[in-house]
Structure formats: structure tokens, C-alpha cells
Write a protein that binds this ligand. Structure first.
Ligand code: GDD
Ligand code: MN
Length: 377
């Protein structure tokens, strides 16, 4: 017999009925928090048919293993262990789509969100008046006291930008704590970005005013164990989302980053060329080769840390990636020069020919290194 329906368990009756609420918990290195969270959910949701789905990105600390243990003893617990992927938004989307209850909630594993608000959120959705209920830190009664000043400032800035640029009217679009009707979510899911971490902002911006939203206050507590995974680089994710939504997905942040890194590479090229000529007195062709080599190397390193930080290569894969990147860029350079020549042949305007060649080069390098250097597994 399933332990969850053993006699005497308070969930004996609930386990037989289909869950009304699926609670989705994205996790990365939260092994010390998940058991406590489960216990708290149990208390908060007593009397409701619920299930919890942990979506773990193969945490090095073995969070998925702890969740598996919990799931073996409790039929309401499930674990999705994702390999070769990282990302908060993607994890939440996958978790919601892997469940079937009419309502789905997203809550952090680290107990910073207030799980005792879940019954209230569920009641609001069940009332039929709303499609989405958001746990908000920035309305009367809510707070984020655990934020340091820098984090509070960044959060306020991002919130302001989202509200102005994307015309998102809610007080806390950066919240990671919300509950949504399944039917609404399933409609929006194909348009959501799986990269980054601003899933709520994405949902609200994508719906474009078609969701009936209610915000309720809660107190954003301090983390129980472990540390935040949101480093300062997530600001880039946020800008990427704003950009994608503004341009209806025409401009990808990844491509912009790749092109920016490429522009920095031009500077590096000139520095390399200069040093080789002046300091090492190399002949021009050799010096030019040194410049190109330094530029490709620095482009590779920057792209690995910035553009493809979610698929960052390390160890042997890093060496292999670097070699393939050299090859890709060499072909890109040939394409660049070839296109520039043929444009110049037709229309001898140096900057037009140069720009056409450079564009050809960067598009080639971007497309091919996405396929062969930082390929998705
Ligand atoms: N599966 C998966 N993959 N989970 C992740 C990943 C990932 O790449 N990165 C983070 N998580 C999980 C964490 O384990 C945690 O349960 C939750 O997502 C939130 O991550 P934190 O690292 O605790 O984020 P935070 O507390 O700094 O940020 C919170 O506040 C922000 C608002 O300021 C989150 O709730 C954000 O969603 C929210 O925007
Ligand atoms: Mn947190």
C-alpha cells in the first residue's frame, strides 16, 4: 500500500482524489531546505488536495536525491531531475506543464516565500474572479526586509523599468511567488522564455492585459539555508527579457551579447597587433596573426562567461570548444572578407563593404558556434 494512504495519515482521503493544486518548486542546491518546505506545505495546505513537484537542475549537492527520498514516502511529492539544463524560468514552466491540477503555484525552496498564503491564493482563484494571484512585497502589508540596500535598489530599478517599458501594471512583477489557473498558463506557455528567471514578468507581459490579476501582500523572509543563485549577471537576463518582449522576439539578447563581445574583440585585435609590432618587432603578417589570435581567444572566454553562461564549458570541453571556435572564426573571417570584396566590387563604398563583411562574419560565427561550440545537449 502506498504510504501516503496508510490508515491514520491525515492525507488518507485526499490522496485518492486528484490534486486541486500543483505546487512547483524550482531547486538548485537546496538539499537542506526541501524537507522543511514539505513539512510546512503539509501544514499550510491541510484540507486541500495538493501535490508538489520539485524541478531540480541536477544540483551538485544532490537535492534531487533528497526529494526522491521524500517522494518514496509521500505520493504527493514528485521530482523532475533535469540534466544538461539550467534556469529558473524553464524549470518552473516544465514543472507546471508536467502537472495537471486546475491551479498551479510557484514557490522558492528556501522558505523566503510565505507558504501560509497559499490557501488564500487558491480561494481567490477558485472564486473565479481572477486568473493569477501574486504574492507581492511592494503593496501595503508586504515587505522585503531581508534585502540588503544594493539588492533592494536593483529590485526597485528593475520593477520601475518593467512597469514603464513593458506597461506591466502590477506592483511586484519580479516576484517569484504566484498561483495561476492552468488553462490560462497552458495558453501562454508556448510564448514564454525558458531562459532567465523572470517568469512572472514574462507571463504578465506576454498576456498583455488579458489576465485578471490580484496581488496579495507577504513578507519576503531571509533564506533558511544555502545561498542565492541570482548573481549580478541576472540583470542581463532581465534586460534580455525586456528587449525580447519589446521587439516581439525579433532581437535576442544572446546575439546582441555575441556581437558586443565581437566588438570588444576588435579592440583586443588592435592591442595584440600593436604589441606584436612594437614590443616584439614581428613582421606585419605575423603580428596581424597574433592580433587575430588574441581577439578570438578573448572572444571565446567572454562568450563562455557572458553570452553562454548558462551552458558554460569547463575542463576538457573548454579546450575542445576553444579549438572549434578558432576553426569557426577562421571560416567566418573568410566569409567576411569574401562578402566585403564582392560588395566593394559592385559599389566601391569602403564602409558599406566593410559593414556587410562584418555582419556576415558575426552572423556566421554566431550561428555556427551555437551549433558546434556551445551546443545544447
Ligand atoms: N531548477 C532550478 N534551476 N532552480 C533554480 C535555479 C536554476 O537554475 N536557480 C535558482 N533556482 C531556485 C532556487 O533553488 C530557489 O528555490 C529559487 O529558484 C529562487 O532562487 P534564489 O537563488 O533563492 O533567488 P533569490 O531569493 O535571490 O530571488 C528571489 O527573489 C526574486 C525577487 O527579488 C526569487 O524568488 C526570484 O524568483 C525573485 O525574482
Ligand atoms: Mn531565495
Amino acid at each position: 500500500m502506498n504510504e501516503a494512504i496508510r490508515p491514520g495519515s491525515e492525507s488518507a482521503l485526499e490522496a485518492d482524489v486528484a490534486p486541486q493544486l500543483s505546487v512547483i518548486v524550482p531547486t538548485f542546491n537546496e538539499c537542506d531546505n526541501v524537507t522543511t518546505l514539505l513539512r510546512r506545505l503539509e501544514t499550510a495546505l491541510a484540507g486541500t488536495a495538493w501535490e508538489v513537484i520539485f524541478v531540480d537542475d541536477n544540483s551538485p549537492d544532490g537535492t534531487w536525491n533528497v526529494v526522491r527520498d521524500l517522494a518514496r514516502r509521500d505520493g504527493r511529492v514528485r521530482c523532475i531531475r533535469r540534466v544538461g539544463r539550467r534556469g529558473l524560468s524553464g524549470a518552473c514552466i516544465e514543472g507546471i506543464l508536467a502537472s495537471s491540477a486546475p491551479f498551479a503555484a510557484v514557490i522558492d525552496a528556501d522558505l523566503q516565500h510565505d507558504e501560509t498564503q497559499l490557501p488564500k491564493m487558491l480561494a481567490l482563484l477558485r472564486g473565479g474572479e481572477f486568473d493569477l494571484v501574486i504574492g507581492s512585497r511592494y503593496i501595503e502589508g508586504g515587505s522585503a526586509d531581508s534585502f540588503d540596500r544594493q539588492r533592494a535598489g536593483a529590485s526597485a530599478f528593475a520593477t520601475g523599468l518593467a512597469r514603464r517599458v513593458l506597461r506591466v501594471k502590477i506592483a511586484d512583477p519580479m516576484s517569484g511567488f504566484f498561483m495561476i489557473r492552468r488553462d490560462r498558463f497552458e495558453q501562454l506557455a508556448p510564448q514564454l522564455s525558458t531562459q532567465g528567471f523572470k517568469i512572472l514578468l514574462d507571463i504578465v507581459a506576454t498576456a498583455g492585459g488579458h489576465l485578471r490579476i490580484k496581488e496579495i501582500p507577504y513578507n519576503f523572509a531571509a533564506r533558511l539555508h544555502g545561498e542565492s543563485k541570482l548573481d549580478s549577471i541576472v540583470a542581463l537576463d532581465f534586460l534580455g527579457l525586456v528587449l525580447a518582449k519589446l521587439t516581439h522576439d525579433a532581437v535576442s539578447l544572446r546575439f546582441l551579447l555575441f556581437a558586443t563581445v565581437g566588438s570588444i574583440g576588435i579592440l583586443v585585435h588592435f592591442v595584440g597587433l600593436f604589441v606584436a609590432l612594437r614590443a616584439f618587432h614581428l613582421p606585419f603578417t605575423a603580428a596581424q596573426g597574433c592580433g587575430a589570435f588574441s581577439a578570438m581567444t578573448s572572444n571565446f572566454i567572454l562568450n563562455n562567461f557572458l553570452t553562454y553562461r548558462d551552458q558554460r564549458l569547463s575542463g576538457l570541453a573548454l579546450v575542445r570548444g576553444l579549438v572549434v571556435f578558432y576553426l569557426v572564426c577562421s571560416v567566418g573571417l573568410a566569409a567576411n572578407v569574401g562578402v566585403a570584396f564582392s560588395v566593394y566590387d559592385q559599389e566601391p563604398i569602403w564602409w558599406l563593404a566593410g559593414a556587410a563583411g562584418a555582419l556576415m562574419g558575426v552572423v556566421w560565427n554566431y550561428a555556427i558556434s551555437g551549433l558546434f561550440v556551445w551546443r545544447r545537449r
